[in-house]
Design a protein around this ligand. Structure first.
Ligand SMILES: C[S@@+](CC[C@H](N)C(=O)[O-])C[C@H]1O[C@@H](n2cnc3c(N)ncnc32)[C@H](O)[C@@H]1O
Length: 373
């Protein structure tokens, strides 16, 4: 198997403020997933079976809060979790032990996991599959380990790989951002690919393949698009909005959610998050030729990506982001070394020119999109 993609530092997880830290967003997501503003995806998973599950396998568990909640709520009797980063495995283990909960953990790379435990009647993907490179191999393994009639439950990011949002999404979020009072607006910064690959090479590695791959091996019984193209972009890591009291921001958060609903309904292809319940299709596991084709396809893709993690062609916004970032770095370096040199003035002028060109190109593109209606 070609080189795995593994996380490097747990500091990137559980930091910053997310859209689902806001009460109105929680209400919105609960309603989409369970039909009730006060019922979580966990309640929905229990309702789906009508009785507690016996044993869950949970992927990429982080600090283990998901398994602890599932057991505490009586959704499942026991759980086993997989996580790569040793400090997170340790944190999850000791928190479960402290409460005497029947949960075990294994430090392993999910891409290479053998899934030798089980069988399980529940598999949990909570923000997990979007970190998996060998997605076909892993989802196939989950299908094998689930008992007939067992359940795969997913709550995950299924949007563009590496959060490389297309222009339409970025522009739609930008327009809604302008409707917010200035002090609550998001500082819209397009995800800079080279930085992402250093901070967390697993982030959204093949998120856009999740739905297709799940449907290969599972019969989907419920699939809910949860949106996010506008709301996730404007409300996650929006430090200014999260610094204000909820009763002050609530009406604006709801405005963003209203736009998000309309946009997601009109553009399902730009959905970012999904909730799903599915049962294994064990018959597919007998289709040896098909399985070999999918495995070969995955091996080719992973081998071609190599260590640099270059899977897909860059978006135009990524190229502009990198050009601006490189230019800013050059200006900074020159300012520090020779503050008054003619070279500094030259670079600054070049940077100004580039910024001007970006603005003109953005205006042109917006005009074009408007004309297309
Ligand atoms: C977004 S966090 C989600 C954690 C947890 N499921 C939750 O919802 O709080 C993603 C987790 O996947 C883990 N991870 C990423 N790649 C992995 C791999 N190849 N094998 C095992 N764990 C991995 C990360 O260390 C991190 O804890």
């Amino acid at each position: 198997m070609s080189s795995p993609v593994v996380p490097v530092d747990s500091a990137v997880y559980y930091s910053g403020a997310y859209w689902n830290d806001l009460p109105a967003v929680v209400e919105h997501l609960h309603t989409r997933m369970s039909g009730h503003a006060d019922r979580t995806w966990m309640h929905r998973t229990l309702e789906h079976r009508g009785a507690p599950y016996r044993a869950a396998l949970s992927l990429n568990v982080g600090n283990g809060w998901v398994e602890r909640d599932l057991v505490r709520l009586g959704v499942v009797e026991s759980a086993h979790g997989i996580e790569y980063l040793p400090d997170l495995v340790e944190a999850a283990r000791s928190a479960a032990a402290e409460e005497g909960l029947p949960i075990t953990y294994e430090q392993a790379d999910t891409n290479r996991a053998e899934f030798h435990r089980g069988p399980f009647d529940l598999v949990v993907d909570h923000a997990a599959l979007h970190h998996v490179a060998h997605i076909d191999r892993v989802v196939r393994g989950l299908c094998e380990r689930l008992e007939p009639g067992g359940t795969l439950v997913g709550f995950d990011y299924v949007g563009p790989h590496r959060n490389q949002y297309p222009w339409e999404v970025w522009e739609a979020a930008h327009q809604v951002n302008l409707l917010l009072p200035e002090h609550l607006r998001q500082e819209m910064t397009y995800p800079h690919l080279p930085t992402m690959l250093v901070d967390d090479p697993t982030e959204a590695v093949h998120s856009e393949l999740i739905e297709e791959t799940v449907r290969r091996y599972f019969e989907v019984e419920q699939w809910e698009d949860l949106g996010g193209a506008i709301a996730y972009l404007l409300l996650t890591h929006n430090a200014r909005l999260h610094a204000r009291p909820h009763d002050e921001t609530d009406e604006w958060v709801r405005l963003v959610l209203d736009h998000d609903r309309v946009f997601t309904a009109a553009h399902p292809e730009h959905n970012l998050f999904a909730f799903f319940l599915a049962r294994p299709r064990h018959d597919v596991l007998a289709e040896t030729e098909q399985l070999a084709t999918w495995s070969a396809e995955e091996e080719r893709r992973e081998a071609a990506a190599g260590d640099a993690g270059s899977y897909y062609p860059p978006t135009s916004l990524q190229l502009l982001t990198q050009a601006l970032s490189d230019e800013r770095d050059r200006v900074r370096a020159l300012e520090q070394s020779e503050p008054t040199s003619p070279a500094v003035r030259g670079v600054k002028a070049a940077a100004r020119q580039l910024a001007g060109a970006l603005v003109r190109s953005a205006r042109h593109r917006i005009g074009e999109l408007r004309r297309r209606g």
